[in-house]
Design a protein around this ligand. Sequence first.
Ligand SMILES: C[S@@+](CC[C@H](N)C(=O)[O-])C[C@H]1O[C@@H](n2cnc3c(N)ncnc32)[C@H](O)[C@@H]1O
Length: 203
Amino acid sequence: MDTFLSKDEQVNEPRKKSKIALFGLAFTGSVAIGLSVVTASFVSPALRRICLPFVPATDNQIKNVLKLCNKCSSKNTLVDLGSGDGRIVHAASNHGYLATGYELNPWLVLYSKVYSSFNRIQNTNFQRMDLWKADLSKFDNIVIFGVADMMDELSVKLEKEMRADSRVLACRFDVQRWTPIEEIQDGIDSVWLYTKESFNKKK
Ligand SMILES: C[S@@+](CC[C@H](N)C(=O)[O-])C[C@H]1O[C@@H](n2cnc3c(N)ncnc32)[C@H](O)[C@@H]1O
């Protein structure tokens, strides 16, 4: 015990130190729990039946998506299935589309919404939604940057739900069961455009 301290101070000093230790413990514990909660949202896709991780679209890929979208000017709603940080939705909105992002990861949904507000991007709508449970019948353009394993299963859902005049834009991985109406072959930035006509031309 420090001999320069008064009797009162000598009694209170250990209490102060244990309070600081408790505060330190609570703080590091909260940070650890917070980090685990955030990272769990990014790791959990790996535990799903179909693993669809967050891999953002490249600028070139977005350019190719918009190029194919713009081929049909009268269509105005767009959904990105698994919208990640919202970059396709934001770009589509800047090109005049009423753009929706369905994303499972709540932190990416939050980020996308904050980005829209900060950059005053209008006509965007981000929702925490499982793409397998989403109603796809209300969109003119349906964008998917998925993985090869999911494209067959997704095409079955699209065949049931897609409207007669809607289009599907598949990024990086095509739908093997369908024949594209148009495509931009550009390595990992390739994009395929499908309509209902594509179903009748199954390979
Ligand atoms: C390859 S990333 C594409 C991100 C974005 N579309 C882009 O091009 O930048 C796939 C996204 O789908 C999300 N995802 C995975 N499974 C999902 C599901 N069942 N429903 C909705 N989103 C999902 C992931 O969290 C990830 O952000």
